[in-house]
Design a binder for this molecule. Structure first.
Ligand SMILES: NC(=O)c1ccc[n+]([C@@H]2O[C@H](COP(=O)([O-])OP(=O)(O)OC[C@H]3O[C@@H](n4cnc5c(N)ncnc54)[C@H](O)[C@@H]3O)[C@@H](O)[C@H]2O)c1
Length: 501
């Protein structure tokens, strides 16, 4: 299958990388090379940042009204919808998620641009908001301004959607962007650059550079002309990116990894709970930051729950991700496959009980396929309980009391998401309040709405994307304080009008 062969997108033009390098694109379902992407290096990163700086200095975009910017976001949303089928196919070929999921992602991409178009329009109404100073002599108003050039670095699991979560609010706020998608899944982001150009976005407002993390991501996160770094990826890389941003004293948001728990109480409807559990760990082949990959099931219901889970996991339709009824595709790459398999080996070696899966599906001769795998009797010290696997592997164990369940769920270095399933609303409230996470689901797992904030605590990072939080994180708030009295300001020896720090 031919995929479009693109260059870097810098200053509104397709531009070959200075070193002329390209990286192969391997389809995870067939292991075949299906194309290539440009491999940017520091020189290209600098050119992209300079193009964005020039766009900031031109002021055409940064000083435009939110309503003006919204019209571009809506055009982008419209073009994404128009090309949904082609974009979804490209996403599936590139990273292996089932086509039905990729199509859903494209709807979400378009929805995200539309949502932030609405917030861009509303931003005009928020400008000039008055602040009550408690003074008759002074007045204060707020202006919300773009930060300037923002660096947006994204992972491969939701390639275009993770880009949309950053680009849409950054543009809505009036920033100029340099996007660096994952080298494992850059194809749809390059297409987005073309779509933005078609929508008429001024040159330099959206630049896309592709390439390896060390070659392209590192110089971008350390670039002194970047006003903010928004990063989504692993905790290990997040630490490097945050250190680079800190070197320039620039703000950063960190959407990092997770090891989220799903707690199922014995009053839950087992069929429904199993359904959410499956969705929480096998959707996108478990390659979801918020995947509820740790299951805590109350002791008395565990036998029925495990029996049903085993039956359902073994009936998942696995195979060609381009087939409309496929529900589990391959993992993204050879190295991800090896990593997931090594975790499965460690679960076996550390003494967890293998309920189902645990290897390569025998019918798949090619491709980075892993069977849907469930371990039970997992102990908190085991690696499969503690570490993010990012594959279709569930680590399950039982608990007796609510307190024990909460303690086990919170006993993690991560704090992204968690779910609680119970028929008792009061218990759901208590548990959701006690969980140390940024996202908590009650009687479900994984639903994600662009209106609600997204992000974690502890090693899962900080800052929030989506919702108004996502827009505000790309804005600087300026106070404009005016002396409104006619009286002469005889400053000495009077005290200033408010206590000073
Ligand atoms: N919290 C969230 O919302 C969220 C969402 C999706 C994925 N994730 C996390 O992402 C991870 C999987 O994605 P991944 O494997 O692409 O992550 P990764 O950390 O390997 O890479 C993420 C991005 O960082 C770039 N990068 C790598 N080294 C860099 C460096 N030194 N400086 C700057 N950039 C660098 C990569 O090229 C890629 O674009 C998982 O840990 C997952 O939990 C988190």
């Amino acid at each position: 299958m031919e995929v479009p062969s693109r260059q870097l997108f810098i200053g509104g033009k397709w531009t070959s990388p200075k070193a002329e390098g390209r990286l192969q694109v391997v389809c995870p379902a067939t292991e075949e090379v299906i194309g290539s992407i440009p491999a940017a290096t520091a020189e290209d990163v600098d050119a992209a940042v300079q193009a964005a700086v020039a766009a900031v200095q031109a002021k055409q975009w940064t000083t435009s009204t939110g309503a003006h910017r919204a019209s571009y976001l809506r055009k982008i949303a419209h073009l994404v919808k128009e090309r949904k089928a082609a974009l979804a196919r490209l996403e599936t070929l590139n990273m292996g998620k089932p086509i039905a999921e990729a199509e859903w992602d494209m709807d979400d991409v378009a929805g995200c641009f539309e949502y932030y178009a609405g917030l861009a329009e509303a931003l005009d109404g928020r400008q000039g908001e008055a602040v009550d100073l408690g003074s008759d002599d002074f007045s204060c108003r707020l202006r919300r301004e773009p930060l300037g050039v923002v660096a947006l670095i994204t992972p491969w699991n939701y390639p275009l959607l993770m880009v949309a979560w950053k680009v849409a609010p950054a543009l809505a706020a009036g920033n100029c962007c340099v996007v660096k998608p994952s080298e494992l899944a850059s194809l749809t982001t390059l297409e987005l650059a073309g779509i933005a150009a078609e929508a008429g976005l001024p040159p330099g407002v959206l630049n896309v550079i592709t390439g390896l993390g060390g070659d392209a991501g590192a110089p971008l996160s350390a670039h002194p002309r970047v006003a903010k770094v928004a990063f989504t990826g692993s905790t290990a890389t997040g630490k490097r990116v945050y250190a680079a941003a800190a070197g320039n004293l620039r703000p950063a948001t960190m959407e990092l990894g997770g090891k989220s728990a799903l707690i199922v109480f014995d009053d839950a409807d087992v069929d429904k709970a199993v359904e959410w559990c499956m969705f929480g760990v096998f959707w996108t082949c478990g390659q979801i930051c918020s995947s509820t990959s740790r299951l805590l099931v109350q002791e008395s219901v565990a036998p029925a729950f495990y029996a049903q889970l085993k039956k359902r996991a073994e009936s998942i339709k696995l195979g060609d991700p381009l087939s409309p009824d496929c529900r589990l595709g391959p993992v993204v790459s050879q190295s991800q496959y090896s990593k997931v398999m090594s975790y499965i080996a460690s679960g076996k070696a550390e003494g967890a009980r293998l309920l189902t899966g645990g290897g390569r599906p025998p019918q798949q001769a090619k491709g980075f396929y892993v069977q849907p795998t469930v371990f039970t009797d997992v102990q908190p010290g085991m690696r499969i309980w503690k570490e993010e696997i990012f594959g279709p592997v569930l680590a399950a164990r039982t608990f007796r009391t609510e307190e024990e369940a909460v303690a086990l769920a919170n006993g993690s270095e991560f704090g992204l998401g968690a779910g609680v399933i119970s028929a008792d609303p009061e218990r759901c409230r208590r548990v959701s309040e006690a969980l140390e996470v940024g996202i908590c689901w009650v009687n479900c797992s994984q639903p994600c709405f662009c209106q609600a904030p997204w992000g974690g605590v502890k090693d899962s990072g900080f800052g929030r994307e989506l919702g108004t939080f996502g827009l505000d994180s790309f804005l600087s708030v300026k106070q404009i304080t005016t002396y409104t009295s006619d009286a002469m300001w005889d400053w000495f020896p009077q005290r200033p009008p408010s206590p000073r720090l």
